[in-house]
Design a protein around this ligand. Structure first.
Ligand SMILES: Nc1ncnc2c1ncn2[C@@H]1O[C@H](COP(=O)(O)OP(=O)(O)OP(=O)(O)O)[C@@H](O)[C@H]1O
Ligand SMILES: [Mg+2]
Length: 387
């Protein structure tokens, strides 16, 4: 029987975060450009190193989930590197129907397969996959339709500058779609082997170690386009108490970019991915001035989000175990922590490590769970032999 790889893919407004069991996670900025051909002759170039595949994406995708097939795209960081105009998700995109999340997810799954088979030119790989949609827009119908478009067979051809093409045939045997944030609870409560995770937390009685199987959890996933506020009992998602805010850090970043470009027209920042490259890289020559210019706007946003956090904690009785994560949490952490600490509101609050990958990890843990297997058997009538 084929070995089935287990994966969780969190395709967001800012980036795809993909975590395959036993592998290093992959991040691909959600931006692409249609391939126009080379502007200069590329001769005698080497293959892309296996560790740099996701930074040099040049792929052709064939998939029943896409309206146009056989098209070649530049994707992620290479769009910035090659200085081509990129397309990102619009401000009010619908992730359940937009094709960009599918394009980056399939590319990520292909790159993972290439990492596992570095010298092979034709790879057949099978996955079980979990994906997610925002709490504010997810419905049973959109979740099912979103999962369905991933199931089946897709082909990604990775073009090395040397001319070598790697053909990756991806079969997604079963896919399940969860609410963003709700998915993360799986990674907070369990690990991918089904073992219960214990964490240290600052409670009213001081620092204590606890598990979260039967606890009330409040999760804040601060993304680019949306912020998810999710309540769950352990991993049991509570849709009545969960809600979504229609903003994340993207609006603020676009504002900062506008102001920056007015002041620095010759060093204009083209898109959010380029902003991130400068803002998150301390060695970038414009890093410090961009940080300085962004400070007030991010502080303002942190104030707005911390109010939402405190209001939600107050709406629930007893201090719930509160987790704050998402790429936005990484950017706003210092300001948020300062505001919550000044107000004495840090009881039971944890800022999770690897904030940007928390959902992807949760989705992976879910894909590895007996619950996923049960759903798969119910819908497909097969059991997998995944290890
Ligand atoms: N390591 C990182 N790489 C890229 N962006 C990061 C990183 N750490 C923090 N960020 C920032 O976090 C923001 C939100 O990123 P995140 O990936 O959580 O959004 P998303 O999940 O794609 O968006 P949404 O959930 O709204 O669809 C980014 O716009 C970026 O500014
Ligand atoms: Mg997100």
């Amino acid at each position: 029987m084929t070995k089935i790889l287990k994966a969780g893919a969190d395709a967001g407004n800012n980036a795809l975060k993909l975590w395959v069991k036993g592998q290093q996670p992959i991040l691909i900025p959600t931006i692409y450009s249609i391939y126009m051909g080379e502007t200069t002759a590329t001769m005698d170039e080497d293959d892309i190193a296996i560790t740099a595949l996701e930074k040099n994406i040049d792929v052709t995708i064939n998939s029943p989930a896409l309206s146009q097939n056989g098209k070649r795209y530049i994707m992620g960081e290479k769009v910035i590197e090659d200085r081509v105009k990129g397309t990102e998700l619009e401000k009010h995109s619908d992730k359940s129907t937009d094709e960009l999340p599918v394009m980056v997810t399939l590319t990520g799954l292909a790159i993972n397969a290439m990492r596992m088979n570095p010298t092979v030119n034709k790879i057949d790989v099978t996955y079980d996959l979990s994906v997610a949609l925002p709490v504010q827009t997810i419905t049973p119908q959109s979740a099912q339709a979103n999962a369905k478009r991933y199931m089946g067979t897709h082909t990604v051809i990775y073009h090395h500058p040397s001319g070598r093409n790697v053909i990756v045939n991806i079969k997604i045997e079963y896919c399940k779609c969860l609410p963003e944030g709700g998915a993360a609870a799986w990674g907070i409560v369990y690990d991918e082997h089904g073992k219960v995770t214990r964490r240290k937390v600052d409670t009213v009685q001081g620092i204590q170690e606890t598990d979260y199987v039967d606890k009330t959890l409040l999760s804040f996933d601060i993304g680019a386009g949306t912020t998810e506020i999710v309540v769950s009992e352990g991993v049991r998602f509570n849709p009545k108490l969960s809600e979504g805010l229609h903003y994340g850090v993207k609006e603020t970043i676009l504002d900062v970019i506008k102001r920056w470009n007015r002041q620095n027209p010759r060093k204009a920042i083209e898109n959010i991915t380029e902003f991130n490259e400068i803002y998150l890289n301390p060695e970038h020559p414009r890093h410090l001035s961009l940080r300085e210019q962004s400070k007030a706007a991010f502080q303002q946003l942190a104030t707005r989000i911390s109010t939402a956090i405190m209001d939600k904690i107050d709406d629930m009785k007893d201090d719930p175990y509160t987790f704050i994560y998402g790429g936005g949490a990484a950017i706003l952490k210092d300001s948020l922590q300062q505001i919550l600490s000044e107000k004495g509101r840090l009881t039971n609050v944890t800022f999770l490590n690897d904030a940007i990958f928390v959902n992807a990890r949760g989705l992976l843990v879910y894909t590895c769970s007996p619950r996923f297997e049960l759903q798969k058997q119910k819908e497909l009538g097969v059991a997998s032999d995944a290890s």
